[in-house]
Design a protein around this ligand. Structure first.
Ligand SMILES: [Ca+2]
Length: 337
């Protein structure tokens, strides 16, 4: 306890009524004002001593109150999950966010180098992307247009495609142990397919919205638009644990497409050109990837939507990214800023 606080408490014990109430009801202030010496009423010596003590106690209490009321509240980002199917051409990168500071210091930021460019279907509203068995696998969204696809990387040719019923808006997708898992946005239903034939094997239910999906080799990992990630048992589809993603003490929401890369989870931040890297164990932010300018301006059309879609080829250590309705898909290499 600081000396000012001790002094303030002492004053409260001696003059409880005036000190507690002054500044609240002003009753205490009036009591103090009665003791203030004036020309009309100079006051006795005892009166002056009591006034002086009260003034000192008040000053100490005000100092204590001021130090205790220093700003603690910080604005938090909206965790609301608004309509994902609304195109947003105004994707921007916040330099302030890129300079985020973690509890242990400055979080590293990365820029990119394009290693290779591949064609990407202009009708693919990318919501899920993985690289498996030498091919890209993609989940596309929009009501009436959602699908699950296998795509040839080099040509962009669709090798296999299953349409999702019109009433579902497909979202994140991943493959584990011979099965493909695909989320839907607001329908609270996921689909399970055979990884080879894409024949539907079953469905599963979950609470809230479905955004991104990946796995760590054992558990499915799901985002829902908030800063919470769920780990699901791939056999029971039950939640086994959750983690909260925090950035510089604030909840980091809008985590969209996901990819598990070398012990870290990468996530697109919806409506930005940023990918965040964080720990699957703690949710702690480990880095930011700035993909500003990845799609050349000449490739933009009125329909071009936001960056979304991360796929990792563990066999060759290649990282692929694209966007919703983007005409191109990129293999990139990260370069520390
Ligand atoms: Ca992915």
């Amino acid at each position: 306890m600081k000396p000012a606080q001790v002094f303030c408490l002492s004053g409260l014990l001696i003059f409880p009524a005036p000190l507690r109430q002054c500044g609240q009801t002003h009753e205490g202030c009036r009591l103090i004002e009665l003791l203030i010496p004036s020309e009309d009423y100079p006051g006795t010596t005892m009166n002056k001593i009591i006034f002086l003590l009260l003034a000192l106690f008040l000053s100490a209490c005000e100092d204590t109150a001021t130090s205790n009321s220093s700003p603690k509240t910080v604005p938090t980002r909206s965790a609301s999950a608004t309509a994902q199917n609304v195109p947003s051409p105004s994707a921007t990168t916040s330099e302030q966010s890129l300079a985020a500071v973690s509890d242990s210091g400055v979080v590293p930021t990365f820029k990119y180098e394009v290693v290779a460019t591949y064609p990407h279907a202009r009708d693919a509203f990318t919501q899920g992307l993985i690289f498996q068995d030498g091919q890209l696998w993609e989940s596309t969204g929009q009501y009436g247009e959602s699908s699950l696809r296998k795509v040839d990387l080099k040509t962009g040719k669709v090798l296999r495609k299953v349409d999702v019923p019109d009433e579902f808006f497909a979202e994140g997708m991943t493959a584990l142990n011979g099965k493909v898992y695909q989320l839907t946005w607001q329908e609270r239903k996921g689909f399970i397919y055979d990884a080879d034939s894409f024949k539907q094997l079953g469905e599963f239910a979950y609470q809230g919205q479905g955004w991104g999906l990946t796995h760590d080799g054992q558990m499915l990992i799901m985002s829902d638009g908030t800063n919470q990630l769920r780990f699901l048992d791939p056999n029971t589809l039950q939640v086994t644990r959750t983690i909260a993603i925090m950035d510089n003490g604030e909840p980091l929401s809008q985590l969209n497409e996901l990819e598990y890369v070398k012990g870290e989870i990468y996530a697109n931040i919806w409506q930005t050109d940023k990918i965040v890297k964080f720990s699957p164990q703690t949710g702690k932010v480990l880095g930011w990837i700035d993909l500003t300018g990845l799609l050349p301006t000449r490739d933009y059309t009125p329909e071009t939507d936001v960056l979304n879609g991360i796929a990792y080829d563990a066999n060759t250590d290649r990282l692929f990214v694209t966007g919703k309705l983007w005409p191109r898909l990129f293999e990139i290499r990260l370069v520390k800023k």
